[in-house]
Design a binder for this molecule. Structure first.
Ligand SMILES: Cc1cc2nc3c(=O)[nH]c(=O)nc-3n(C[C@H](O)[C@H](O)[C@H](O)COP(=O)(O)OP(=O)(O)OC[C@H]3O[C@@H](n4cnc5c(N)ncnc54)[C@H](O)[C@@H]3O)c2cc1C
Length: 413
């Protein structure tokens, strides 16, 4: 959990103690005018998005039921993906979910959601067949392709703007072990990695089994910049040729090469172990076209900015390219926040400027990795924003989830 989410804690209401529609606290909260936050696992490091000062936090962590039936897994909103993978492994099944087993369900399945299987199966929200939602009125509805289909469309990327989702029904698929892991190498190879990534993702016949994340990072504990690739091939094929450019570069830190055959559960546990919890942490992201020159310029912007924050105690600062790239900062001292956040914001703005200059810009900003200065909902485009506002007026005419739930990215700002 990000430390910024912990420090804003105020008063918690565990939603699992409410058993019937009329008992749900939504109507009480709307009548009393209490401001509140909705919290899955509290893993999104955006201050105040799942937490609130001088208000109530609806904590969903008690909703932990998991049921598998007819190829669909029903997941209580308080679960973590690790528990979901444990359950599915019993049946040789898998689902699109977070790469780290520690992540909550709602933050991903309401934002889009990137998984190991994204290239083959799409966003996590593309795989949700039904959301069970508590609306502003207190009514519990199902949103799916047949019922409340406008809400079903809006909620996939709409975050906490439409209601409290208490259950997610997600399609499963057969999945065996797959190849993957991490490779550490030296920064001189990073430009070549950018070229290899662009080459792979721009192929007409790009392999749908690949999942590739490449990073350049600085960690105070190592005192130097390193390259890190986390790459996967989601079939039971050892050392697939398509991943060779991302695993075989030389020199590399051979003893840290973790490429191997693994289950989904093991892959998620490894990601969880590599993530730091309980630290001051911020994510920012932007989207650009897969253009080598623009990405190399972005990497140079990051490397230059790094010089301003390298000296901070315990800092880990990372520039990560995913099918959707992100910038990630992790750091320890609150007093360092101002410089670190300003530097990261400067990096994002400079990358955006460079992308515009090269005609490689894309408006979209991924909700899960966006920060408060970013116009995340606006990045969906005018028409989509209007559609989301329309659905909000229909299902939440008093604007409870706009005014009463101030955290996260709102529809009318
Ligand atoms: C170590 C680490 C690994 C990560 N890996 C991935 C990854 O593989 N793929 C990826 O896409 N992202 C990843 N992320 C980003 C992460 O998934 C998001 O930060 C996500 O929002 C966390 O989910 P959560 O349920 O804990 O959300 P929270 O922090 O609890 O909430 C996030 C937002 O969603 C809202 N929300 C949550 N649940 C509900 C609900 N049931 N109903 C209504 N609103 C709700 C909250 O109000 C809040 O605005 C990672 C983050 C970390 C720290």
């Amino acid at each position: 959990m990000s430390l910024q989410q912990v420090v804003t804690s105020n008063e918690y209401t565990h939603i699992s103690k409410y058993r019937t529609n009329s008992e749900y606290p939504i109507t009480y909260l709307s009548q009393e005018g209490v401001k509140f936050a909705i919290r899955g696992a509290g893993q999104q490091p955006l201050p105040g998005c799942a937490n609130i000062k001088n208000g109530k936090t609806l904590d969903l962590s008690g909703l932990t039921d998991i049921e598998v039936q007819d190829g669909v897994i029903s997941i209580g909103a308080g679960c973590r993906w690790g528990a979901v993978y444990d359950r599915l492994q019993e049946d040789g099944l898998a689902v699109t979910g977070a790469r780290s087993g520690n992540n909550g369900i709602g933050g991903l399945a309401l934002a889009g959601g990137l998984s190991f299987f994204g290239t083959r199966e799409g966003f996590i929200c593309d795989n949700v067949v039904n959301y069970q939602v508590v609306l502003a009125s207190g009514e519990i509805v199902n949103a799916n392709a047949q019922e409340h289909s406008d809400l079903f469309v809006a909620i996939r990327g709409g975050g906490n703007n439409f209601g409290v989702v208490t259950r997610f029904d997600i399609r499963t698929f057969k999945q065996g072990p797959f190849w993957g892991g991490a490779v550490f190498y030296f920064p001189d190879s990073f430009p070549g990695q950018i070229e290899a990534l662009v080459d792979e993702v721009t192929k007409d016949d790009a392999d749908v089994e690949t999942h590739i994340m490449i990073s350049l990072f600085f960690a105070a504990q190592f005192g130097r910049v390193m390259g890190l690739n986390q790459v996967y091939y989601t079939k039971e094929v050892g050392s697939p040729k398509v991943l060779e450019p991302f695993t075989g570069m030389q020199p590399q830190v051979e003893e840290c090469n973790k490429m191997r055959m693994m289950s989904l559960k093991e892959a998620a546990a490894e990601q969880e172990a590599m993530a730091m919890t309980g630290v001051r942490c911020a994510y920012m992201n932007t989207t650009i076209r897969p253009d080598v020159a623009t990405i190399k310029a972005a990497s140079d912007i990051f490397s230059k900015a790094l010089e301003q924050v390298k000296g901070f105690e315990g800092i880990v600062s990372s520039f990560t390219l995913q099918p959707y790239p992100k910038s990630l900062l992790q750091k320890t001292n609150k007093s360092d926040d101002e410089t670190i956040l300003a530097t990261a914001k400067g990096v994002i703005e400079a990358i955006d400027k460079e992308a515009v200059a090269k005609g490689q810009d894309v408006a979209y900003k991924y909700l899960n990795y966006a920060f408060d200065f970013q116009n995340q909902i606006g990045s969906y485009g005018v028409k989509n924003k209007e559609m989301l506002q329309e659905v909000s007026r229909k299902y939440d005419s008093e604007g409870l989830f706009q005014k009463g739930v101030p955290g996260g990215f709102k529809l009318f700002t």
